[in-house]
Design a protein around this ligand. Structure first.
Ligand SMILES: [Zn+2]
Length: 303
């Protein structure tokens, strides 16, 4: 199948919303972790250049993990992203998610430790993103962290469109490690298909649960995969009639004030809002996204 045919098919599917007479759907890019060390050294400089150039003047939100950026190279990244007009949010210092052994006290210290690393950058804003989108296993813990974040002036940098780009990237890196001559473009179409499939799913939830297409925050990661293909993804959105907007503009929507009553808390904000209604069980797997859902496909493709 030609690339053009695939593009048209994807565009038509994503066009469903504007054709129904609603406003143009909107999406913002939020990028997590800033684990620059994982990008192979020989490709790093070009990859990091490409990440910034794909975004151009579109303001993204970079949720940084302190342990990855608490060094000279990490500082240079945060300075460049700040200078380019992007915002920087807090994603904890050590990226321990709330499903492990970490105590609530240690988790809170991890947030404040990261603030010390990030607070000096011009782009820093008090938006917090939970590692792995886990916000507390019980209502008690969930409410404790909501109170803690509010008390420290933070808003929840929630995700509306979750995905497993991190897993595609992990597989790509393993292939390159085993075969440095591997043709990386083989990942392009599967990556685009995966993200656009998740876009359709979560935008569908938005319309069915809330009666409207919210301005979305897409979660992807600062990695080689996105350095290669984020430009293609943004082009695909625009071709399908979506507006790619600033992350601060998306976060200004009232949906990000929601406090869904679910436990365990977390996942995509739309997943949680759907869960809270009790009406969408057949559409809600748990966790919302994970490598186990993607492995059979990538195995089948020989990737
Ligand atoms: Zn993360």
């Amino acid at each position: 199948m030609s690339g053009t045919a695939i593009t048209r098919r994807g565009a038509l599917a994503l066009c469903a919303v504007p054709l129904l007479g609603q406003a143009r759907p909107r999406v913002a890019i939020t990028m997590d972790d800033v684990r620059w060390q994982q990008i192979p050294e020989a490709r790093r400089a070009e990859a990091e250049e490409r990440l910034l150039s794909h975004l151009g003047k579109t303001r993204a939100f970079l949720f940084a993990v302190g342990s990855h950026v608490d060094n000279a190279h990490g500082a240079a990244i945060l300075q460049r992203w700040s200078a380019a007009g992007h915002h920087i949010g807090n994603h904890t210092y050590s990226h321990q998610a709330l499903f492990g052994k970490i105590t609530p006290e240690a988790f809170e210290r991890d947030i404040l430790r990261n603030e010390e690393v990030l607070r000096g950058y011009a782009g820093f804003r008090k938006w917090f993103r939970f590692p792995a989108l886990k916000e507390g296993a019980t209502r008690e813990l969930r409410d404790r962290f909501r109170g803690f974040l509010a008390g420290h002036g933070y808003a929840n940098g929630a995700v509306t469109i979750d995905a497993s780009d991190w897993y595609y990237n992990q597989r790509l890196l393993a292939r390159l490690e085993a075969d440095p001559g591997f043709e990386v473009s083989r990942y392009r179409q599967p990556y685009l298909d995966h993200i656009l499939d998740r876009v359709r799913f979560y935008d569908g939830l938005s319309r069915d649960v809330l009666g409207r297409s919210v301005p979305h925050t897409l979660l992807i990661h600062y990695n080689l995969l996105n350095a290669l293909f984020l430009g293609d993804l943004l082009q695909r959105f625009r071709a399908a009639g979506w507006d790619v907007i600033g992350a601060d503009e998306a976060f200004a929507d009232r949906v990000f004030q929601s406090r869904p009553d679910t436990a365990p808390a977390g996942e995509s904000l739309l997943w949680a809002l759907a869960k809270e209604t009790g009406k969408f069980e057949s559409r809600l797997r748990y966790p919302g996204e994970d490598d186990v859902y993607e492995k059979p496909l990538l195995d089948r493709l020989g990737l």
